[in-house]
Structures are given as C-alpha cells and as structure tokens.
Design a protein. Sequence first.
Length: 158
Amino acid sequence: MSGSATAQADGLDASTLPDLPVLTGLDAPTSYAVALDTRAPAGAVHEREIRPRRRLRWWQTLPIALLATAGSLMFAFPLAFGSAGAGSAMIGMLGLLLTAASLGWGAMAARHAGYKWPGLPRRGTGERAGWKAIVLYTLIVLAACALALWRVVRLSGR
C-alpha cells in the first residue's frame, strides 16, 4: 500500500498541482484562520481556536479524589485508634501507596489539561524550570516521605 502511494507521489510535479488560495491580512500563516464575519472589511481574517478548552471536569476528578480519600483514611486510622502490629502497618503502607498514586494521577491529569505547578513552565514551551522551584518541591517530597516512614515505623512498634 505504501509502495503505490510512493509511486503516485513520484509522478507529481509542481506544474500538475493546483495553486492554493492565499489568505490576506495575516502576519503569519496559520491552519485555523477563518473569515468569520461577512460584514468585516475585505481581507480581514479572525483567528479562533477550533479545539475545545482543555480543563478537568468533575467526572474526571471524582475517581482521583475518592482514591485519595480512601488512601488517606487507610493511612490515618491505624494511628488514630492506637492499633499496633504488622497488620496495621500494612494497612498504613497500603493507604500511603493509594494516596501517592492518586497524587501522581491527579498531577498527570492536570498537566494533560494544561495546568502547571507554580514556578515551573508549561509543557511544550521550551522554557527551563527554575532551580528554586525544583529544590522546594524536592524538599517537600522528601519531608513527606520522611514523615510517612517515621509513622509506619512507629506503627510497626520498632
């Protein structure tokens, strides 16, 4: 199939192709420029985005929030009710795992929708992230991991 398409493409040259229409009034050509208003002066072109706005909707965030809630409750209840032992440490670790998974899931969903973390550039802009923001986020994650580890060790009774 691709061989026949290549053979057809080889037979074309610039003299057999029709001329493309030229839109006037554009500084730079875009693929989504359309003339919207017939009452506008001749040659006026308005640009609009043909894709819908990317945003998170409630039905997309609901499973993430439910998983985070279940995980944080599983992480909190063994300590809150004073239960100790291997079983409560396992439930606490599973709750921590579910909470961390929901955090990653939420962060990736937000990034896919076009949101960004404060201090970091948007995806695809080509800008570099500031080192202060990276250090701050790294310290926050390390502190959360240290507190979680300390809590699980305390639950296991070691």
